[in-house]
Design a protein around this ligand. Sequence first.
Ligand code: URA
Length: 180
Amino acid sequence: MFLDLNCDLCPLCRGRTRVVAPSGDYSSPVVLVGEAPGEREDLSGAPFVGRAGKMLDRLLEEEGLPRGSVMITNVVKCRPPRNRRPKEDEVQACRPYLEDDLKGKMIIVCLGKTACEALLGYKVTLKEVANQTFTIALGRERIDLVPTYHPSAALRNLEAREGLRATIRLILERFPDLQG
Ligand code: URA
């Protein structure tokens, strides 16, 4: 892993407890990309272990996609103060780590607006792009990208929950071997 667990490339290093490394199967064709670690992730060092993570776990389980069969990461690897959205310079500083996470993947699933905008490179309205397939260029690779709702939105909003569920089904249609 290329991620530096003592990274000090941006000011988020000053407030963090731990750098949060990706979890799951690093060699999976599928990567889920969230926004940034929250409090529980900052304390444990693993992504999506708090309330949003429990919602993600529940939907993955209900649809039969084992969490350990995909890779899970974030746009920035350190918790922003008071869980604010990461700033553009923080996203840019962390970008080499994110690009390393995405190498060799066949599908990038962007959980929420921050991940979608960081990887598509333009502003989006989630409702308009959710569950469509885009293609992005990363170095010489072209990789499919599917925007979807963030699990924290799925906690409060049924449309987001069903949208995220539809994304999990779409992953399983493309990669039936991942089924638990
Ligand atoms: N929200 C995110 O975007 N990522 C996490 O790891 C946890 C909550």
